[in-house]
Design a protein around this ligand. Structure first.
Ligand code: NAD
Length: 330
């Protein structure tokens, strides 16, 4: 089994090489280049490719990969909204993913963003480094006793519900399917969640049907001063509407690990660039917005689990096993 690994970062190589000892028959070549229609031609002679959230898995890339002999796509992430599933299905490709490598890692990052933004941690940290020990402008919000509204209560959303409960919050949620293990959570309609929550955190996948679910209409229904967190996918939020909500003071604090236009930035050192993406530049200009660059997954435990599951899937595919369960998208 020969795998071509796209978009490889040093932490990817480290985690995959540390797990590869369990799968000696698997050979991996690491490419720093991202997957797109042009780099897809490099996959000739490999049995599978491995890609991450920002890979271009559009129709053209899939067709080039198919023409190069690739039948197995190993996504080293949970989400698969970047894959043109219709084309992959027509081509008969197998798309595998890592569904629940460390849901707590992402949920803990979500709460970190909520706290960093609503308690002005970044601002306070920078002040003290400049010997400015004043507190004006750093007044925060206590979460204890407030209501957390969790959208999507699968693996990550459930972990976030537990964290919010631990903070002494009342937890309400919206999901298409209720999670029977969350007996302390009250399921409500989406509108009720918007109107009742002091903290709203998104944990559902992105589909065409929920693209821009957080739009002007949704934001208008929210409580004044709501704290908003998104670690799910940027496309769930209409960023222009979010920024209008920040300007109107409807939203008091925002934590984002994902946002529209992040593809130009994610995992790239652009510290010497003039950022001309209007959305990124505008979001960064707000003092009550804390942004991280799609790093919620990035813990030691998460990386190890991603590497192990991905290699185990490749091994079982090579053995001719009929793969099934949540690791298989197609
Ligand atoms: P999951 O499949 O375990 O749970 C998703 C839940 O969302 C399910 O309960 C499902 O019923 C629900 N859902 C589906 N459509 C919905 C809708 N329209 N409205 C409300 N709920 C809906 O997935 P998970 O492992 O918890 O991951 C959730 C999402 O988190 C992923 O799809 C991915 O986009 C994102 N994610 C982000 C990172 C990161 O590093 N920032 C890492 C992993 C996953």
């Amino acid at each position: 089994m020969k795998i071509l690994f796209y978009g490889a970062q040093s932490y990817d190589k480290k985690s995959f090489e540390s797990q590869r000892g369990h799968f000696p028959e698997i050979h991996i070549d690491y490419l720093e280049a991202e997957l797109n229609p042009m780099t897809a031609t490099l996959a000739k002679g490999y049995d599978a490719i491995c890609a991450f959230v920002n890979a271009d898995l559009s129709a053209l890339t899939l067709e080039v990969l198919f023409g190069s002999g690739i039948r197995l796509i190993l996504l080293r992430c949970a989400g698969y909204n970047n894959v043109n599933l219709n084309v992959a299905r027509e081509l008969g490709m197998t798309i595998a993913r890592v569904p629940g490598y460390s849901p707590e890692a992402i949920a803990e990052h979500s709460m970190s963003l909520a706290l960093a933004s609503c308690r002005h941690i970044c601002k306070g940290y920078n002040r003290v480094r400049e010997n400015d020990f004043s507190l004006n402008g750093l007044t925060g919000t206590t979460l204890h006793g407030k209501t957390a509204g969790i959208v999507g209560t699968g693996r990550i959303g459930a972990a976030m519900c537990h964290i919010c409960k631990g903070f002494g919050m009342d937890v309400i949620a919206y999901d298409l399917h209720q999670n029977p293990n969350l007996d302390f959570v009250e399921y409500v309609s989406l509108d009720e969640l918007y109107t009742q929550s002091d903290l709203i955190s998104l944990h559902c996948p992105l589909f065409e049907s929920n693209h821009h679910m957080i739009n002007e209409d949704a934001i208008n229904k929210m409580k004044d001063g709501v704290i908003f967190v998104n670690t799910a996918r940027g496309g769930l939020v209409d960023t222009q509407a979010l920024m209008a909500g920040i300007v109107s003071r409807k939203i008091s604090a925002v934590g984002l690990d994902v946002y529209e236009e992040e593809t130009n930035n994610a995992f790239i050192d652009r510290s010497n660039d003039i950022i001309d993406d209007t959305i990124t530049a505008q979001l960064l200009s707000f003092p009550n917005v804390v942004i991280t660059s799609h790093q919620a997954f990035l813990t030691q435990e998460g990386l190890e689990a991603i590497a192990w599951t991905t290699l185990d899937t490749a091994h079982r595919y090579a053995e001719g096993e009929k793969l099934k369960g949540p690791i298989i998208v197609l």
